[in-house]
Design a protein. Structure first.
Length: 191
């Protein structure tokens, strides 16, 4: 497994070993033991979600769950190709309001781990795309939050012009970060 620590503290990208032969391929897509050994991740994933987007330019995000049920996520693309975004929302983080994006695809097998305290967004780069992601807290309607994708404070560079982006009503009407009740913080020893 190839492990890459990303510029935002706690975000990690990894590519599993893929064993190919004339029949196709095999890979270990998840192993708690492997995550603990290579990444130091000690999450207990309790739910897996599967999303299918049917148009290029579908944007889902920027989403997170507030404490005490904030979620860490382990995300992979199982069909097509997406651009996956992690946005640091931890007010005391040295990378507060910084974001990164990585291309995930069914062909590159990469997976991104996004810890609690981050916003998450994904944009479909192909007409059909699917992502599957594990979370370490159950879904909570009461804790579910969104931030406006065009928030100027975040200045995220999306892969398509605004007029090509396809969003839900919820995401189109999400508040700016300054108007949200997001209050993530990290402990100094986690830096």
């Amino acid at each position: 497994m190839n492990v890459e620590c990303m510029p935002l503290n706690g975000v990690m990208l990894f590519t599993p070993d893929v064993f190919r032969d004339y029949r196709g391929w095999f890979m270990e897509s998840f192993s708690e033991k492997t995550l603990q050994k290579h990444l130091g991740v000690k999450n207990k994933f309790v739910q897996e979600n599967h999303i299918r987007s049917t148009q290029k330019g579908v944007l889902r995000g920027i989403h997170f769950q507030n404490n005490p049920v904030a979620q860490s996520k382990l995300i992979r693309c199982t069909a097509g190709q997406v651009m996956d975004y992690a946005i640091d929302l931890r007010m005391d983080s040295p990378t507060y309001l910084k974001w990164i994006c990585v291309e995930l695809s069914a062909d590159n097998f990469k997976q991104i781990y996004i810890p609690k305290g981050f916003g998450h967004a994904v944009v479909s780069l192909t007409d059909i795309s699917e992502i599957q992601y594990k979370v370490d807290s159950f879904y909570s309607k009461e804790a579910e939050r969104s931030i406006l994708w065009k928030d100027p404070q975040l200045a995220i560079e999306w892969p398509f012009p605004d007029e090509m982006m396809i969003l839900s009503e919820k995401d189109l009407n999400a508040p700016l970060l300054q108007d949200s009740d997001c209050s993530f913080k990290i402990k100094e020893d986690e830096l």
